[in-house]
Design a protein around this ligand. Structure first.
Ligand code: AMP
Ligand code: MG
Length: 330
């Protein structure tokens, strides 16, 4: 098992030292847990891609303490970027702008741009401050899988890396990955929906384009199967649930709103109706459903729209996307 650590000043300093030596550490943010490394080191970044088995063209977000640090590593930090940082940082918004060369090419899949974000979690802030420079960090899960929202999830994902230190910051408050906003184009565009929405952004910077949910946006790595449990997963609208379950010959793990009535032998993994509570619990609930040993996970997606509901539906669509012929095993 990996090493789960209390986020004491000493442990944070030890993790910052590991980053300086080109090694990786897992740390909490308010969105999901990240697997961090030195953004300027190709060797450190290569190790993170390898640990996750992440395709090297899927760019990593560079985590900074604040706008002052971000500014040093991008080109074109303009009044829009400054206003966004003032309104939403630290928080779940990643801003894409052309990069400077100290953000290494490998960390951004060879792109000319980088997504920068100042996370709101105090442990993330303390780690970046102790390191003193941007930390590249994808979500701390094997590529394509459900993102971790607790230290124990990270330990499960990286059981093969017993030396990996995991700073334990408790359950993530937001629970879904950040909004990714591309500011490098004439009209800003949301590349990945998250807790900060078009409605939040437009009063600050004017018109923002938002591709339809599930649309293959310009953002790499967010299109195909992603955020997926190991167990085959399908989405079924609430009104079709009973008839779908009646067709099944084996028990299903059903992820749906609390209060959903099910016939045995199917088991309910309940989620709350409040959007922020739903988002916060979604990934942990998918993990519990995945561990239940069912042949199938049936998810009833929320029918509500706007804000976090859109972000949650985006992730669920990808979790239930068509799988390769031979699905990866546990
Ligand atoms: P993850 O680290 O797993 O949350 O994934 C980060 C996601 O942010 C990537 O899959 C991309 O979709 C998006 N992203 C990060 N950097 C960039 C960039 N420079 N340009 C466009 N999208 C980016
Ligand atoms: Mg991820």
């Amino acid at each position: 098992m990996s090493v789960i650590l209390e986020p004491t000043t000493e442990n944070i300093a030890m993790c910052a030292e590991r980053l300086r030596r080109g090694m990786s550490v897992a740390f909490p943010t308010e969105t999901v847990y990240g697997l961090g490394c030195d953004a300027s080191s190709e060797a450190a970044v290569a190790e993170v891609y390898a640990m996750k088995a992440r395709p090297q063209n899927n760019p990593l977000i560079a985590h900074v303490t604040d706008a002052a640090m971000a500014k040093k590593h991008v080109v074109g930090w303009d009044v829009r970027a400054q206003r966004l940082a003032e309104a939403f940082w630290p928080g779940p918004l990643a801003i894409v702008l052309p990069r400077r060369h100290d953000i290494c090419a490998l960390s951004v899949g060879g792109r000319a741009s980088v997504a920068v974000r100042a996370p709101a979690h105090p442990v993330a802030q303390a780690l970046i401050a102790a390191f003193g420079r941007p930390i590249s960090a994808p979500s701390a899960n094997r590529s394509g899988r459900v993102s971790p929202t607790m230290a124990a999830h990270v330990a499960e994902e990286f059981a093969a890396f017993p030396e990996l230190p995991i700073l334990d910051g408790g359950p993530c408050e937001v629970g879904l990955e950040s909004t990714v906003l591309d500011l490098s184009r004439a009209r800003p565009m949301v590349l990945r929906p998250g807790a900060i929405t078009q409605k939040d952004l437009e009063p600050i910077i004017g018109p923002v384009a938002v591709p339809e949910i599930g649309h293959q946006a310009a953002s790499p790595g967010t299109s195909a199967l992603h955020y997926a449990p190991v167990t085959p997963t399908e989405l079924v609208e609430e009104k079709l649930l009973a008839s779908r379950l009646a067709q099944l010959t084996e028990p299903a793990a059903v992820v749906a709103f609390a209060g959903t009535e099910l016939q045995a032998p199917h088991e309910l993994f309940a989620l709350p109706r409040h959007p922020s509570a739903y988002a916060q619990m979604l990934y942990a609930t998918l993990r519990r459903a995945d561990a239940a040993g069912a042949a199938l996970i049936v998810v009833v997606p929320p029918s509500e729209t706007g804000g976090l509901w859109d972000a949650a539906r985006d992730r669920l669509k990808r979790a239930a996307a068509k799988r390769p012929a031979a699905p990866p095993s546990h």
